[in-house]
Design a protein around this ligand. Sequence first.
Ligand code: ADP
Length: 210
Amino acid sequence: MNQGTRPPIIGVTGGIASGKSTVARAFADRGIPWVDADDVARDIVEPGEPALADIVDHFGTGVLQPDGRLDRRALRQIVFNDSEERRRLESITHPRIRRRLRDELDDMADRHPPYLLLVSPLLLESSQQELVDRILIVDIPESLQIARTVERDAVDEAQAHAIIAAQIPRAERLARGDDILDNSGDTQALECQIDELDRRYRALDFPLSS
Ligand code: ADP
């Protein structure tokens, strides 16, 4: 990749159900490509991938389903309340996720879009932020986050609370963003903000000064 001419990469993040995927689709409607870190995180633990072998080496075959695929629920149960085991898991997965993301972003950049997106719930909690030039936070108040999580996922309010409590606090997330998208309004309010951001991102010069 030619460092001098590559398109800027915008990292899009936010808490659960803040609207990251919705925002990514709105940018895609404007011709902007995106890489989804969740998809990549799933791909790198498919059967046959070295990350899965390393996970089984450390956590045992109890984290495998009968068909040999990763049993995410079993693994989540081990690491949810054990920070040392979680760090161990992250040391297996994060470098591989980052490498795969970089490859996918490079491939997309070769097609010369005006800019591109890396959409990731863990952008701020991982070294993925090294891959991006600007950070866009998709933000909604916690009450709405809970309502949209309960409506979308098969969880109750208490479970939604627990998921939110395990994520980076809202104030810290906001403080680390270059741009903030307020997604507490309706679709029209969202589209207006995307239009404005799209204009600004298309006008970004690379290398970026901020
Ligand atoms: P994330 O990818 O951050 O988890 P999603 O994009 O899946 O979040 O959005 C979470 C839920 O909220 C989805 O059901 C989506 O349709 C809904 N949603 C997103 N933005 C809005 C909005 N502006 N108004 C109403 N519902 C929204």
